[in-house]
Design a protein around this ligand. Structure first.
Ligand SMILES: NC(=O)c1ccc[n+]([C@@H]2O[C@H](COP(=O)([O-])OP(=O)(O)OC[C@H]3O[C@@H](n4cnc5c(N)ncnc54)[C@H](O)[C@@H]3O)[C@@H](O)[C@H]2O)c1
Length: 349
């Protein structure tokens, strides 16, 4: 493994970091984290601005001298090459993706296009623009998901980095495919890559179509709170800023060619999570305890709905010293408070 001094020297020579999908939920937190913490890096946020993006998320840093936004589709090879050459891109943190499982069931082609072809396009651009003798100064970092590992039963051990891929939805299939291309570029061409697979994120700035923002939004509007099946599906939740810190650690200190699992050690059945959100949101709205409980509405389960995801994050903890900071209840309180602001995003569905 490289010693700390060499690693520090290497990263001092970095100028441009392309962060794709920087106006999305996780991407906006990652961009802010890097822009504020590393003024020596130039952060180039490349985002197509799909329905899930919101430039308001980064209003507070948009005038920073080390930040640039470019509206572009990561599938556009000519544009990616132009960006790499113009901005001297040394490293990529690739988050841009279609990310909603339900949408992937309705329209899988968009997912194959953005998630698979988009990743392949960026990989090919990096391979073309980076000289092989300088590969040690470059990095292609793929942000992936625990969903590529498939589904766990109750009592199964959490996913390890060595768990075979077994994607079940068009979304997870597209992410798995993208990860395979990333590893193929490492083995075939020697491109310096890293991958991390994270569990469900929560926090401010998530488009209100995913579970937590939808539930908060519907409590506010006194609309039914949709819960799939019997609400028994289990997800492992991590605060989005803890994910951004993990990405920072993997980016700087993770080993080339390696995968790191990132998770919250924080498994919740959907129905229990919805009850907790009701408790917090009703209180913050000044409503009586339990006021919104009757709004819970069980709906037909999502086809192929994975029962349980859980991550074993021992590797990133022991090897890189990562530790999540946010307590779940406090993180949810912050999230609910953020969605209760007047300016919070509204669903377009
Ligand atoms: N949300 C989670 O819980 C979670 C967990 C683990 C991993 N991930 C991964 O993290 C990444 C970000 O997820 P998110 O929840 O922030 O997603 P998101 O849907 O909130 O944001 C995605 C962003 O990517 C942009 N984008 C989509 N297609 C693009 C394209 N072709 N070209 C350029 N930009 C494009 C969108 O405009 C948007 O800003 C994804 O790769 C996802 O698979 C998400």
């Amino acid at each position: 493994m490289e010693d700390k001094e060499n690693t520090a020297l290497k990263w001092r020579s970095i100028s441009g970091i392309l962060i794709s999908g920087g106006y999305g939920f996780i991407g906006s937190h990652v961009v802010r984290h890097f822009v504020k913490k590393y003024p020596q890096y130039r952060i180039i946020n490349v985002d197509k601005l799909t329905y899930a993006a919101n430039p308001e998320y980064l209003k507070d840093i948009e005038n920073e001298s080390n930040y640039i936004f470019i509206q572009a589709d990561v599938c556009d090879y000519a544009k990616m090459e132009e960006i790499f050459r113009t901005y001297k891109i040394d490293a990529v943190i690739h988050l841009a993706a279609e990310s909603h499982v339900d949408r992937s069931i309705t329209d899988p082609f968009d997912f194959a296009r953005s998630n698979v072809m988009g990743t392949l396009t960026l990989l090919q651009t990096a391979k073309t623009c980076w000289k092989k003798e300088n590969y040690h100064k470059h990095l292609f970092y793929q942000i992936s998901t625990d969903e590529v590992y498939g589904a766990l039963h109750f009592g199964d051990d959490p996913f390890l980095e060595t768990t075979p891929y077994d994607p079940r939805s068009p979304y997870s299939a597209s992410k798995a495919s993208a990860d395979h291309f990333v590893r193929a570029f490492y083995h075939t061409y020697g491109l310096p890559v890293k991958i991390s697979n994270c569990s469900n994120n929560y926090g401010p700035c998530q488009y209100p179509e995913k579970l937590i923002p939808v539930i908060i939004h519907n409590i506010v509007k006194r609309k039914p709170l949709p819960v799939y099946g019997k609400g028994e599906n289990v997800r492992d939740w991590l605060y989005v800023e803890d994910h951004a810190c993990a990405i920072d650690l993997v980016f700087h200190n993770g080993r080339i060619g390696e995968t790191y699992n990132i998770g919250g050690d924080n498994e919740w059945q959907n129905i229990e999570l919805v009850r907790l959100l009701i408790e917090i949101t009703d209180r913050l709205l000044g409503r009586p305890p339990g006021d919104s409980l009757p709004l819970i509405s069980f709906v037909t389960d999502r086809p192929g709905h994975d029962l349980r995801y859980a991550i074993n994050a021992t590797k990133i903890k022991t090897e890189l010293g990562w530790q999540q900071q946010m307590n779940f209840r406090e993180g949810l309180e912050r999230t609910v408070a953020w969605y209760l602001r007047d300016s919070a995003p509204q669903p377009s569905l």
